[in-house]
Design a protein around this ligand. Structure first.
Ligand code: UDX
Length: 427
């Protein structure tokens, strides 16, 4: 099939590379000239495990081209995947500017019937509005399909090949045919439903996962007060098949490009529709407070923050990615700095731009980062930090040798034996 993918972010590039390797002819559209030039040289504009190799394979097959010209890309395409960004506005609303502009572009430039597959995360009701206001006015018939994406960053390639389900929202059941063909080799339940329900599946899934995280973080906070261990509690709770073990890891809370944005957007949509989604509001609040708690813990352990030197291990919002959007580490570092602490940060892949307020404080070598620190916060559970030589770390640090294990992944007993003041989350 001839496919056009508009937007070369995490989702767009995974879609474009995977489909071209599977035998489709793909033209990917990117308006950012810097990104476009990197991609044309077969270079990745961001880090995502396994994707660089896929890009090279797709390009070797001559199955993937890059352009900034939507008109040319549309000329030869049967399916157009829309994978542009939908960032948050200050009030929690989703900024649909890029989605609307691509939709208008397609409606204006399409010269033959085409199916638009919306993969960008858009609030429930958006597809219906786009069809009414834009696609129905095009000079050629345009079919609209909502096909939310559930990829995790860092595992995007694996998740694409092994999804739990494929959700397809359509106005008429026959509109799903082209997309079902594209997915014919992927083994997963394929659910065809109406457009608004498909949009809602994405928000409900993310809100539910975020709820699990905030719930377990609240249980962890309570564990600290009553003297229970969250690791044992999570295990005991997660073995109940009705609950399941995933997303029960207590820590610094969720970050990234999806959960913070999507929970706020769903809260906004609820309020807009006259419904106060109190549970979701609490999930968002608990997540924000989890970061403040960590700052307070460090303040307490170091009897103040002014002039204290604190090493932050990990800046990415989770391992396997260089994404720092809504990353707890960045937020915590900023709060520590504003309260007079001296911060050293370390991440194996994150490259902060020269204008970033933490760029001068960032090290590649964790041993350099912990030098002279009174406390170390493990913020991202990169393998590199799990394999640290803690005796060497201790020699480089200064009393009171605080280790705040923000992801509960370090060996508490071993660190305590080595003379560290170990603090976890809910332990
Ligand atoms: C998420 C969804 O999983 C994915 O389906 C959706 O398409 C995009 O949003 P992603 O943001 O890549 O994916 O990361 P994920 O692995 O789900 O983790 C999200 C955040 O939750 C991370 O900050 C992670 O550290 C945190 N988390 C996750 C916890 O704090 N505890 C857990 O038990 C699980």
């Amino acid at each position: 099939m001839r496919i056009c993918v508009v937007g070369c972010g995490y989702v767009g590039l995974v879609v474009a590379c995977s489909l071209s390797i599977c035998g489709h002819s793909v033209c990917a559209v990117e308006r950012d000239q810097k990104k476009l030039s990197l991609l044309r040289q077969n270079k990745m504009p961001f880090y995502e495990k396994g994707l660089q190799a896929m890009l090279l394979e797709a390009r070797k097959k001559n199955a993937l081209t890059f352009t900034d010209d939507l008109r040319t890309a549309l000329e030869n395409s049967d399916l157009v995947f829309v994978t542009v960004g939908t960032p948050s506005l200050a009030d929690g609303r989703v900024d649909l500017g890029q989605v609307r502009s691509v939709a208008e572009g397609i409606a204006e430039l399409a010269t033959k019937p085409v199916t638009v597959v919306m993969k960008s995360t858009v609030p429930p009701g958006t597809g219906r509005a786009l069809c009414e206001a834009i696609f129905s006015k095009a000079s050629v018939p345009i079919k609209y399909v909502s096909n939310p994406e559930f990829l995790r960053e860092g595992e995007a390639v694996f998740d694409w090949l092994h999804p739990d389900r494929i959700v397809i929202g359509v106005n008429n059941p026959s509109d799903a045919e082209g997309l079902l063909k594209v997915y014919q080799h992927i083994e997963a339940p394929k659910l065809v439903m109406d457009v608004t329900s498909a949009e809602m599946v994405k928000y409900a899934a993310n809100a539910f996962l975020a709820t699990k995280i905030s719930f377990i973080n609240e249980i962890a906070n309570l564990c600290e007060l009553v003297g229970a261990d969250i690791l044992q509690v999570s295990k005991g709770v997660g073995l109940d098949k009705r609950i399941g073990p995933s997303f029960l890891r207590a820590g610094l809370g969720y970050g990234g490009s999806c959960f913070p944005k999507d929970t706020k957007a769903l809260d906004y949509v609820s309020s807009f529709n006259g419904h106060s989604f109190n549970l979701l509001k609490a999930v968002i609040q608990v997540n924000a407070e989890q970061r403040i708690r960590v700052v307070r813990k460090l303040e307490h352990a170091l009897t103040g923050l002014t002039g204290r030197r604190i090493g932050i291990l990990g800046l990415a919002f989770k391992p396997g990615t260089d994404d720092t959007r809504e990353a707890p580490a960045i937020d915590i570092a900023t709060q520590l700095l504003s309260q007079g602490a001296i911060v050293h940060a370390c991440d194996p892949v994150v490259e902060l731009g020269p204008s970033h307020h933490l760029s001068n404080l960032t090290y590649k070598d964790p041993y350099e980062a912990v030098k002279g620190c009174q406390a170390v916060l493990l913020a991202t559970e990169w393998d590199m930090f799990l394999r640290l030589d803690w005796s060497r770390v201790k020699e480089l640090m200064e009393p009171p040798y605080v280790v705040l294990d923000g992801r509960n992944v370090l060996d508490k007993d071993e660190l305590t034996k080595k003379g560290f003041m170990y603090l976890g989350i809910g332990r």
